[in-house]
Ligand binder design. Sequence first.
Ligand code: HEM
Length: 218
Amino acid sequence: MATSSAVVARRPQSRFKYALFSLLGLMFLFVLWNNERFIIDHAHPDWTYYFPVRYLLIPHGLGGLTALLIGPLQLSSRFRTKHVRVHRILGGFYIGGITLAATMGSYIATVHSSVPLRMFTYVTAITWLLCAWTALASVLKGNYQQHRQWMIRSYAVTTLFLTARVVLAVPIVQRLGAGASAQVLWTLLVLSLIFTEFGLAWRSIVGRRPASRVVAAS
Ligand code: HEM
């Protein structure tokens, strides 16, 4: 009895993860409908806008989508411990997806986007690559704690694809006009990274102090 309730009951951390991934799932559906339906609806004005870079968008979008979909599996402790080999293989796809999406995104920005969006894309791409490759370097060195933290940071950047489109669709933000998009995106990048750091430090902020330190401080 005690065993089954232990299995059924989820830790607060897992519940938070489920809630977060469910929210991201809903955001994904919204973005597909609100921003990406031009892919099949060629009468949509976005089709004309993206037409010159349509072939570049394919590797960019597929690379980003790979990272977006694989991320939750990679961050699931249960999946990781049960399927170590699959975790490693998917990790390769995750890093590869980000590398492809970030480099193609930077190229698309260079040939297609406005100057403010271009600057934002370069900085985001560098941050994205840095986080993902540091996660890989950490695991190769056997530093699993750092690997986990850098993976979480890289996924925070990955989800900007969703958060940015959802926030830019909010009427009050839309009223700021297209000229404010870059500022909104910069704000989101900074907030995503700050909240991620806060989340990573959360347990050491609210948790109990280790006994040795309590003794030393008293
Ligand atoms: C989950 C990850 C991502 C996916 C699936 C993805 C996919 C897409 C898609 C489908 C488009 C065209 C339609 C649209 O704008 O909604 C696009 C545009 C673009 N994306 Fe991404 N993206 C991702 C992340 C990123 C990131 C992190 C960056 C920045 C480093 C970026 C840079 C760009 C740029 C510059 C454009 C063209 C915007 C324009 O010229 O107006 N993407 N992306």
